[in-house]
Design a protein around this ligand. Structure first.
Ligand code: GDP
Ligand code: MG
Length: 818
């Protein structure tokens, strides 16, 4: 009987916990474990919840929850003459039991349901196990309704039910509906999912649904003889580990492997099997977002029956399954669930341009592809022909890496080379505008603000919009076509050397765009420590906000070796990331061997609409960053360098003579005395502005690299966003004539000192510093949010900055030698 049927004052012993895995775990943690005595204390006024006494404390359970706990009344056990409080000891030796009819304690009865596609050998298995003679046949639909049989094995009694064959658990065909209702009402202890070894791909679809359900399960890999005859080899043990469900090969027609199957069922039932764990069949983030919203409502509603896991119900609700609706109809939050579902389905179909059910099943097949690609060799998969063809090349041992490297090179080449044309157009537009303002506006602070603050700052950064759009175009193409999943797949071995998993590679590639969404995308990584490491090394992947700095300095100082320098910088970032990951694995997080499936979704050709929408949203983000944080930062930097104002009379004579003495000969001949006075005043003005004082205060930290105080300020300002480094330099290195580009201002000898502010060695060292030093505020916030700890963000800030300092100094010293 069930715990909910106990009357006040009655005592019983727990024999079984039914329901989905998460529920069982929770109830067991509350103390409802097998063999434990429970006394019903009292009903709440509405009979719900019910209060129970357990050992010496009281707990209350919802009626729906108490319905999922099977008990044996204590009195009945005693009167049976086998006075024992613990059924565990009751039947260790059934042969010794009296009066012929063996006594089998309740908990030694295992209810098993056979579930699988039509024609996978369920009835054959049922017959051989139970000794029945049900009709087997090589056509679908032979089993109508369910047949039950019993067998005794190793002190257990197996009640086996042979269910009709189904391809999935959507309640559309009568067979499917029958299986669904059975799973709901009968709550078998262990599900045996029979799959045909020679047709894994289609058979495993049902398995993914059963995994969602989170019930105790064993996979019976039947018709193993056919697999042996074919050339295919399946590493079924690894497959079991990946799925978190033990896999046992059998040949039901001869009975081979059946004992092992029964042994495994016992292990799973007794929760002793080491491979059993609950995994998620992961889908695209767009889908996962919707599913988790619906799931959270279901999970937090105690009136939802505990028969099925919240995730399973959520997925089925998203699919519009009528049975799931029946399950949830009486729940308190039904309306909220249905509304959220409708909203999310609409959003997903808009985002993906695809029917939700189709998207879910496509992703489940992607999961199956991934699991089989890792464990099966020489198998002829049923997947689409094109996908198979492309995969044969793209993930092959010979071509996989070269193709990936070519794609990466193409991406960077396009970003910098192709991007340089539209960049020049925007540059000339910016020059033209500033020329216009320079000519037509009256001199004064407002003109200075517009020219030096806003156009110098924002204008200096906005020119990189085309580069960034091209980069994003490539990244989203890789994601949307399904190529990114293949990249993760071929990178798996390499990533394992870093103590990571192939899946960690996807956030790293995305990091070339922006570290913030990349860090968020680490949610696809199941292993906690792998995820943490992937998050922490992500800032070393050079994001697109750092592109302006490289383009600026490479253009000014290494115009002939541009590609080499870009490549070297990106490579340096990757190398530092790899070393950091290995160090973290060695000293911080233990190796984590839990294997998981890398989904391989079918290839899709992204629609131009989806691409345009993606590019537009990136462009909008970039522009709003320009209009937001970068504009504000530029104005603040400008104001801090503009005030307080000085007059020529305030400039000390010593400063004037020292500056003039430093000036190159040429200048004295070209410029009038008035112009020279203006230059001296400007220089004094900047150096003694608020910003000048800040810069000079911090400057000693980077003195070994001789960056100077202006660059120091630019580095500090980069905390707001990395683009601000360039915009700050644009504000601080003010040109002589208004239309000058920053790159010219940096490389041309300054009028005052005859020295250019930057040299190639300094530029190189500076780029290394910017590549590695502290992440921007948005990235730090993402790290803190995703790791749920500010400590990791602080550690990232400190470690990255120290490392940047050391490597930048090394770069500078080495570069000076040449
Ligand atoms: P059900 O529809 O799942 O109940 O499948 P059946 O038990 O009716 O079996 C379908 C066909 O597969 C029958 O012809 C069986 O003889 C055959 N079969 C079952 N198990 C095996 C096996 O392990 N190896 C081979 N070669 N055939 C099997
Ligand atoms: Mg059958």
């Amino acid at each position: 009987m069930r715990l909910s049927q106990l009357k006040p004052g009655e005592t019983a012993v727990v024999t079984k916990i039914l329901g989905h895995g998460a529920f069982r775990k929770r109830v067991m943690e509350m103390g409802f474990v097998r063999g434990r005595e429970v006394t019903m204390v009292l009903n709440a006024p509405l009979q719900d919840p019910i209060k129970y006494k357990l050992m010496d404390y009281e707990v209350s359970l919802r009626r729906a929850e108490a319905d999922m706990i099977e008990v044996e009344p204590f009195d009945r056990l005693k009167h049976d003459g086998r006075a024992t409080r613990h059924p565990d000891t009751a039947s260790h030796d059934p042969a010794k039991e009296d009066n012929g009819e063996e006594f089998v304690a309740k908990h030694k009865i295992i209810n098993v349901a056979l579930i699988g596609n039509p024609n996978c050998g369920k009835t054959s298995l049922f017959n051989i196990v139970s000794g029945a003679h049900e009709h087997v046949g090589n056509y679908a639909g032979v089993t109508v309704g369910a047949k039950a049989g019993t067998v005794k094995y190793k002190g257990y009694r197996f009640n086996i039910v042979d269910l009709p064959g189904t391809y999935s658990l959507s309640a559309y065909s009568p067979e499917e509906l029958y299986v669904m209702r059975y799973l709901n009402q009968e709550m078998p202890d262990v599900i045996v999912n029979v799959v045909v070894a020679s047709n894994m791909e289609r058979n495993l679809y049902l398995t993914t649904e059963l995994i969602d359900m989170n019930r105790s399960m064993v996979i019976d890999l039947n018709m193993y003889d056919e697999l042996e005859r074919s050339k295919a080899v399946l590493d079924y043990e690894t497959l079991g580990k990946l799925l978190g469900v033990p896999v046992v090969p059998t040949k039901a027609s001869t009975g081979w492997g059946v004992d092992r199957l029964l042994d495994t069922i016992i292990d799973v039932y007794e929760m002793k099997h080491k491979d059993v764990r609950h995994i998620h069949v992961k889908m695209r983030p767009e889908l996962e977002k919707g599913i988790s919203q619906v799931k959270d409502i279901i999970k937090n509603d105690p009136t939802v029956p505990a028969n099925f896991s919240p995730r399973y119900l959520a997925i089925k609700m998203m699919e519009g399954d009528p049975e799931a609706d029946v399950q949830l109809r009486n729940a308190a939050s039904y309306k909220e669930i249905a509304e959220t579902r409708d909203k999310e389905v609409q959003r997903i179909e808009r985002d993906l341009n695809e029917d939700v059910s189709a998207a879910i099943s496509a992703d489940k097949y992607g999961f199956i592809q991934g699991a089989l690609a890792e464990t099966m060799e020489g198998n002829v998969l049923e997947e689409q022909k094109t996908t198979r063809l492309i995969d044969a090349i793209v993930t092959s041992k010979v071509f996989g890496f070269p193709i990936f490297i070519c794609v990466m090179l193409l991406m960077f080449w396009a970003t910098f080379q192709l991007g340089s044309y539209p960049m020049e157009w925007i540059e000339s537009l910016v020059s033209w505008i500033s020329g216009l303002i320079g000519e037509h506006m009256a001199d004064g602070p407002l003109k200075d603000l517009l020219l030096d603050g806003i156009i110098g700052g924002v204008g200096g950064v906005i020119v990189f919009l085309p580069n960034i759009l091209i980069l994003y175009f490539f990244i989203s193409m890789m994601e949307d076509t399904g190529y990114m999943a293949r990249v993760a797949f071929i990178m798996d071995k390499l990533m394992h050397r870093m103590g990571l998993h192939g899946k960690s590679f996807i956030p790293l590639v995305m990091g070339f765009g922006c570290n913030v969404p990349a860090i968020m995308s680490t949610r696809i990584i199941e292993s906690k420590s792998s995820r943490l490491i992937t998050i922490l090394i992500n800032p070393f992947i050079s994001c697109s906000a750092r592109i302006p700095i490289y383009v600026l300095l490479v253009g000014a100082f290494f115009p002939n070796h541009g590609a080499l320098v870009f490549f070297g910088l990106y490579l340096l970032g990757v190398i530092v990331a790899v070393i950091t990951a290995r160090l973290m694995r060695k000293f911080w997080f233990k190796e984590d061997e839990t294997p998981f499936v890398m989904e391989l979704p079918p290839y899709r050709i992204p629609t131009s609409k989806a691409i345009m929408r993606g590019m537009w949203s990136k462009a909008r983000q970039y522009l709003s960053k320009m209009g937001g944080i970068i504009l504000v930062a530029s104005i603040i930097i400008w104001a801090l360098s503009y005030f307080p104002r000085y007059e020529m009379e305030q400039v000390p004579q010593s400063y004037i003579s020292a500056t003039i003495a430093d000036m190159p000969e040429q200048l004295h001949q070209d410029k009038s005395a008035e112009e020279i006075d203006g230059l001296v005043l400007n220089s004094y003005q900047q150096e003694n502005s608020i910003l000048g004082h800040i810069g000079k205060f911090v400057e000693p930290v980077v003195r070994p690299m001789e960056y100077g105080w202006r660059t120091t300020v630019a580095l500090l300002a980069g905390a707001a966003a990395k683009e601000v480094v360039v915009s700050t330099m644009g504000v601080l290195y003010v040109g002589e004539d208004d239309a000058d580009l920053i790159s010219q201002r940096l490389s041309r000898p300054s009028n005052l000192t005859g020295q250019p502010p930057f040299t190639p060695a300094k530029a190189l060292s500076f780029m290394v510093f910017v590549l590695l030093y502290f992440p921007c505020i948005a990235t730090l916030a993402a790290i803190a949010r995703e790791t749920e700890s500010w400590k990791y963000a602080a550690a990232s800030l400190a470690y990255n900055t120290v490392l940047a300092w050391i490597l930048a100094l090394l770069t500078y010293r080495i570069a000076l030698l040449f």
